[in-house]
Design a protein around this ligand. Structure first.
Ligand code: FAD
Length: 304
């Protein structure tokens, strides 16, 4: 019987590029990455990273289908830290696999930084972490982008969603679909505008000294109410897609839209909640036409 490895693979930093003040691109390689499924399209494929523990060691996790439960049972001092990222690129050339992740360096100057951002900020070639991504032969999971037969696609996001948006746009170009695609990407400043290989219309929005989400709302001309606090569950990020609802609502039997406009919206959870309320309550957009995803939460450290 063929042995299928299910668990995290060891990713070794091959190169580091400071793309802009906010984005640091890290390319990982290593023999174990050859176990990963390298055929796209990846769209917004999410992956997990496990960072070294406080002694600088990566946890030792047995190769088994229940690796995640085993990892959770490790003592705190050994476990390391898990966070979620996107595949910016994954290529295999002459038997070597390269996986690219674009890390947002957040809060460095304000002392608010998290372990993943801090790790990325100081990463150098040869450093290692563990990566959890679909393996060859495994059932695909972790892609939320399902536009179905929509005629128009609108992608909205902040800097944390920029890598996923870039991958979606480049994959759509490679597939040569005739769908109209527009992207609105809010980033901290004009220096953070990144090259993306696409013919789609991209509007880069610079936050500068505006509040988070404000440039997105303004660019869209939406009348999203400010000041009304949205009740948030302390532990859960907003995650509502046609195939999954974190709030437990029924999901559509036929999840992908058949026509019309498909919205893919990701970023800071509170901002995304406001956009959701506006689109669903005020505009009346159908559930099957939109995916809303909190990628991070202001003032809250993620737990994987
Ligand atoms: C499906 C998915 C895909 C993602 N893809 C990417 C990706 O490709 N690149 C990427 O950089 N991020 C991505 N993220 C977001 C990333 O997981 C979070 O930003 C995460 O909190 C980073 O972990 P950390 O250890 O740096 O900070 P944490 O320990 O989680 O948080 C520490 C503090 O930093 C703040 N913080 C966290 N993220 C940000 C941010 N982006 N801007 C400002 N403050 C922040 C928190 O509010 C908290 O106060 C993705 C998230 C999801 C769910």
């Amino acid at each position: 019987m063929t042995h299928v490895f299910h668990g995290p693979v060891r990713g070794i930093v091959h190169s580091v590029h400071q793309l802009s003040p906010t984005f640091r691109r890290i390319v990982f390689t290593g023999a174990q990455l050859n176990d990963l499924a390298a055929d796209g399209p990846f769209y917004d494929q999410r992956i997990k990273i496990i960072l070294p523990n406080d002694t600088g060691q990566l946890p030792v996790i047995a190769d088994s289908t229940d690796w995640y439960q085993r990892w959770l049972q490790l003592p705190d001092a050994e476990r390391g830290t898990m966070r979620t990222y996107s595949i910016r690129d994954l290529v295999r050339a002459e038997g070597v696999t390269y996986l690219t992740v674009d890390f947002v360096l957040h809060g460095i100057d304000h002392g608010q930084t998290g372990p993943a951002s801090a790790w990325a900020a100081s990463a150098v070639p040869g450093d290692a972490l563990l990566l959890v991504a679909p393996h060859e032969g495994q059932a695909p999971s972790g892609i939320e982008f399902h536009p179905g037969g929509a005629q128009d696609i609108i992608l909205l996001g902040d800097e944390s969603a920029a890598p996923a948006i870039a991958r979606i746009l480049e994959d759509l170009k490679q597939q040569g679909t005739g769908t109209n695609v527009s992207a609105y990407i809010e980033v901290p400043s004009a220096d953070d505008q990144l090259p993306i290989d696409t013919t789609a219309h991209i509007q880069w929005l610079f936050r500068d000294d505006q509040s988070l989400g404000q440039p997105l709302v303004q660019a869209l001309g939406w009348h999203v109410q400010e000041g009304q606090e949205v009740q948030e569950d302390q532990d859960e990020l907003l995650w509502e897609t046609p195939v999954f609802s974190a709030s437990g609502e029924d999901v559509a039997a036929d999840p992908a839209p058949r026509a019309g406009t498909y919205y893919w919206i990701a970023g800071e959870s509170g901002v995304i909640k406001k956009l959701r309320r506006f689109l669903v309550n005020e505009v009346g957009v159908q559930r099957s036409q939109v995916a809303f995803m909190g990628y991070w939460r202001h003032g809250v450290a993620m737990r994987g």
